[in-house]
Design a protein around this ligand. Structure first.
Ligand code: NAD
Length: 279
């Protein structure tokens, strides 16, 4: 069994990004990322902190707009317009989830598709579905990059994606399909999940339920990618896979932490550099 080490690869990618940022600065372009953070969700604050730190370390200028959860939709839209027009900003990220009185779709649609480094804007979603270039959501993009690093070609593979959200499962499905995999996508209403996972050459899970994927649901020598993040009552961070038992059975597996998480941040930086190059 081989560990798909997202942490090491993300360090390597960040070193390359730093060089690219340095080269851009030589032609008077400092890549810039604007982050909008609303409310006090501790997980969102911690993700934003990690993203800011990664920007700092790679020489990407980042600006944080922190807003209280009581903020009006109008104020957020005003800030987005300002960032859309700011020539020093290449990427705009609104940390999700948003408070319930805010229309998430409206906010995402307000971000210029050219600065949509999260790849959530319907314009970029459409391009991904059509197999065209554009911004791709960072978590599934990071998974593809990680597989590539380990020379895992998904072409012709039966891949079961568990979780079908707009930010994880659906773009993951599209990337796999575009790369030639046969994709089975499961969600909360899927009957008999095990029937789907058991026949897959690769399982990619992003649900948010500890131990959802157990040993008896995984085929011998399957590849397992765990995107889930769960904090147990004892404070331990785990994914959606019963790592201890599943890892004995599979050929490759991502750890949590240290798998998909660091790759997500690396892809955010990479998308920001890509946008800066388009300036
Ligand atoms: P979400 O709540 O938007 O979507 C969850 C998906 O899982 C839905 O499609 C739902 O139908 C499905 N689901 C729920 N229960 C299920 C079950 N019992 N069986 C099968 N499917 C089920 O969540 P999300 O934003 O897509 O995030 C999913 C997980 O991935 C979370 O744990 C989140 O923290 C994690 N995540 C990690 C990263 C990272 O960088 N590693 C990034 C984004 C999300």
């Amino acid at each position: 069994m081989t560990i798909l080490d997202g942490k090491s690869l993300s360090i390597k990618i960040q070193n390359d990004i730093k060089k690219e940022a340095d080269a851009l600065r030589e032609i008077n372009i400092t890549p810039g990322l604007a982050v909008i953070l609303i409310g006090d969700d501790p997980a969102s604050h911690s993700y934003v902190k990690m993203k800011e730190k990664a920007c700092y370390e790679t020489g990407i200028y980042s600006i944080l707009h922190k807003m209280p959860s009581s903020i009006s939709e109008e104020k957020i839209l005003e800030t987005i317009t300002m960032m859309n027009e700011n020539k020093n900003i290449d990427g705009i990220l609104v940390q999700l989830p948003l408070p319930s009185h805010i229309d998430t779709t409206k906010i995402i649609e307000a971000i210029s598709a050219k600065k949509d480094v999260d790849g959530f804007h319907p314009y970029n979603v459409g391009r991904l579905v059509a197999g065209l270039s554009g911004f791709v959501p960072c978590t599934p993009l990071g998974v593809m990059r990680l597989l590539e690093e380990y020379k895992i070609d998904v072409k012709g593979m039966n891949v079961c994606v568990v979780g079908a959200s707009n930010i994880v499962g659906k773009p993951m499905m599209n990337l796999l399909l575009n790369a030639g995999a046969t994709v089975d996508i499961c969600h909360i209403f899927t009957k008999n999940l095990k029937e789907h996972t058991k026949r897959a050459d690769m399982i990619i899970v992003g649900v948010g339920k500890a131990n959802l994927i157990t040993e008896n649901m995984v085929k011998e020598s399957a590849i397992v990618v765990d995107i889930g993040i769960n904090v147990l009552a004892n404070g331990k961070l785990v994914g959606d896979v019963d790592f201890e038992n599943v890892s004995k059975k599979c050929s490759f597996i991502t750890p949590v932490p240290g798998g998909a998480g660091p790759m997500t941040i690396a892809m955010l930086l990479s998308n920001t550099i890509k946008s800066a190059k388009n300036r």
